[in-house]
Design a protein around this ligand. Sequence first.
Ligand code: SF4
Length: 353
Amino acid sequence: MSGRPEYPLARFQERMDSAIKCTACMRFCRIREGGKGICGNYANLGGKLLNVGYGLLSSIESRPIEIKPFFHYWPGSSALTFSNWGCNLYCPWCQNHGISFSRPPLDEGTRYAPNDLVRMARALGDEGLCASFNEPATQVDFLLDVFSLGKKEGLYSTVVTNGYFSRASLEALIESGCDGLSVDVKGCPEAHARILRGVDPNAVLSNAKYAIDLGAHVEVVFLVVPGFNDDDCCIKWIVEKHVSMLGEDVPLHINRYYPAHKYTAPPTPLEKLLAAKKLAKEHGARFVYVGNVGLSELESTYCPNCGKLLIARSGYNVLAYDLSSDHKCPRCNTPIPLRGSRVKKGRRWRVLF
Ligand code: SF4
């Protein structure tokens, strides 16, 4: 025996002639004996696909749900938020490149058990759990165990994802209790052909639609990156697809990019973001937000029928909440799509490591 830890068997795999295919995400890495998939979390060892990164976490924080962003999901609550290492996409502007471009520290990292996270969430007074910062699909086996346990303990479960889960892992994720997905739609096919080759944005949108069909709550983030996805055609493609595939009620967060990692273009101009918002509204999207600009009126929820301010937000805080208990506008009775209920409490942000 080598003396290596007992890594769990990967749940999502397919045996091939000379390799094993990891089917946790749509990269579908074909991994030969002794090799790892591109995220570094799954390895073919002794003819078995093992989840070598299971429970190896890079950060744990208690965070407001609005920061994900989720604006129509348990407003005012907080989620124990955690990440592992590695990613399945490698965006040159990644804000979290320190963890997403790194590999799991197999020999020296602390391994957490699912129950550790559920206990921490309870101790910190969080209402839920959230896998974020890097791509959750790269730790789906761990998530299934954490979220199932969280469900038994009455915690909600969410992911902030690029939407590149495989269908099988997405189904299992939702089955485990994950009913909130913040999906990052990165660009149109032309943008992907330039910078994120091999990643199909249609597949991301199809997954978001599939998650909705399976009963999950979905919000979409469109980070407008100058020189990647900010031309008129690309913005129009994303807006049209959002409305036609996901529907008018799915919240759309049009967010400002800031330079990070290898990408040095200046931050997205506010006018560009406002023009994208206007286009989305013209296409029928009913809940469009502009984020990362620090303007409360662009982060607040208004009744799409009468224009009443329903949820005022600023800096990830809910300043005012004016919806009936069955989520209707108190002035004109229009139903507002919202999952969960308002949570009122004090401190919602604690960094554990
Ligand atoms: S989870 Fe990792 S190893 Fe598996 S297919 Fe995705 S990138 Fe490849």
